[in-house]
Ligand binder design. Sequence first.
Ligand code: XYH
Ligand code: MG
Length: 388
Amino acid sequence: MSSAVIETVSITEFATTTRNWKDSEGHDHASEEPRPATGSILTVTDSDGVSGTCLFAGDYLRPNVMEEFIRPLLIGRDPIRREAIWHDLYLAQRGAYGVLHDRALSFVDQALWDYAGHRFGQPTWKLLGGYRDRVPAYASTMCGDDVPGGLGSPEDYAAFAVKLVERGFTAVKLHTWMPPVSFAPDAKLDIRACAAVREAVGPDIKLMLDSYHWYNRSDALYLAKELEKLDYLWMEEPMDEYSMSSYKWLADQTSTLIAGPESVEGKFRSRAEWAASGSVDILRVGVLSAGGITPALKVCALADAFGMDCELHGSGMASIAALGAAHNARWYETSLLHPHIDYDVPPPHLQRVPDAIDRDGFVIFPDEPGLGQAIDFEYVAANTTGVR
Ligand code: XYH
Ligand code: MG
């Protein structure tokens, strides 16, 4: 039986709005009013006219990446053979000198998994194995700020955590204060926020801390020891993740579970070394940063081989799809939340909030073919700024 082959790979850019803005260190913060933004959709279409898409913010897939790498490695190939396509893109990265970045691989892999759902008429999470059809979500806050009624004090974090639990979340992760906020970093202030949240939500809500990413070993150990007293479920990225030995030093000295690495390159290969060396207690991987659903699930599998959980970084329907497959990924990260943004209101280019939680704090997985991104294609068509 002859298979359809990939005929076109296109990028549609469109005007939309966002409630986020990024500071000089790349952290997200809440904008008081919607801001103009650019959205992009990567579309892979086969010779039968069946398509798969990946929606992403910004314009990461520049024309040179499409022309030099993605189209030459996709056009004419069987779109069901994702593993072969992904592996060729992975091998091409070495000589691409950073131009063919992990996010580019991720967008292609996501679009091909969405395509498979449309080709076979199944939700992608089911094609990936369907271990679960719902998952508990934790509320992942934005980093701290100095905005009145925002995330400017331990009391602000406590008040927000109470609202998040009232919304249905059964777990909350604090991103505390980081530069360029003037009074950051401050490990003692981080702990005051963690203690205020524990006091406010009580002992049954799971809590995690993701603090300033460049603390030294002594500050990281102070944080971990204080979190032992507050019964936090895990701590994430207190130090530069390029020092794996610092994480082994830390993990060996605290009962607070250390989760990572989040930001280190190297996909499943670097994370295999973190697991084998015992440098963390919980592995961590992002569909975006690891190059797609395909490699992210390889990290989940290697974590499983070591008896470890593997927590998925970041929200989005590709994370939901991976959570449909990996039994040892326990939580969906609903990110990044702030008191001044109502997350039950979708952005203008979505039909609904596809990863909304129910009153019990669960994300119920989509039953439509593909990733279930809930893209409003009529809005996109009316606001398209370019197709290439
Ligand atoms: O804002 O630096 C940051 C955080 O690192 C956040 O962007 C990231 O999504 C994260 O750490 N999630 O756990
Ligand atoms: Mg993190």
